[in-house]
Design a protein around this ligand. Sequence first.
Ligand code: ZN
Ligand code: ZN
Length: 239
Amino acid sequence: MQILHALSDLLYPPACLRCRAPLTRGGHIFCRACRAAMPKVGAPMCRRCGAPVAAAFDAQVDCATCRRRPPAFAIARARRSYTGPTAEIIQGFKYRRRWRIGRWLSRDMAACARAALPLQEIDLVVPVPLHWLKRRMAGFDHAGQLARDTARRLRLPHDPRALRRRRWTSTQTRLPAPARFRNVRAAFAADPRRVAHRTVLLVDDVLTSGATADACAQVLAATGARRVIVLTAARTPRA
Ligand SMILES: [Zn+2]
Ligand SMILES: [Zn+2]
């Protein structure tokens, strides 16, 4: 195996998957400069939604948005801020199916979950579902892939059929936040046999307004889930 690796390194010298700079050390797919340009979301953050807040580093605070309208999920955490190179690599995974980036993201998410989430409480990992038509058009379910890989790394059961899309929703990113909330309402359905009395780890690539995660959490809670915890690879910075 080691010989094979050495041979493939000779034929295809390892290069950063983002900027093509040569990689000097094994085990990474991005160079040091690219990794440094993909900042992690750090404390202080809202204890519920994980958004960065202006507060004492160790303060237990809920952000203004969560105080005004508490989300249906108990906790949401994202590893990185959805900016610059992070946004670029996630789009590369999502739209150009760069599998190695997907695996890297799920390793990143598993590390985030180990550091920030009550893993012993979680019964199953569920992806935010794509509409079947969208999945057919894309030929690939990015959230499903992240959920499966992350669950495997965390040694947790994974159930992609616990939650499904009921109807088409127009592409989220083009809508302003209030329209997104209306758009996602009633878009999901959960299977009570799979989620009742369970704590669900809901997985998606990016947390934007939180509307999709909140809608999924509402449906899961209404179907009998005990608690919903959200994990994403990245989150968009709040304006
Ligand atoms: Zn690079
Ligand atoms: Zn919050």
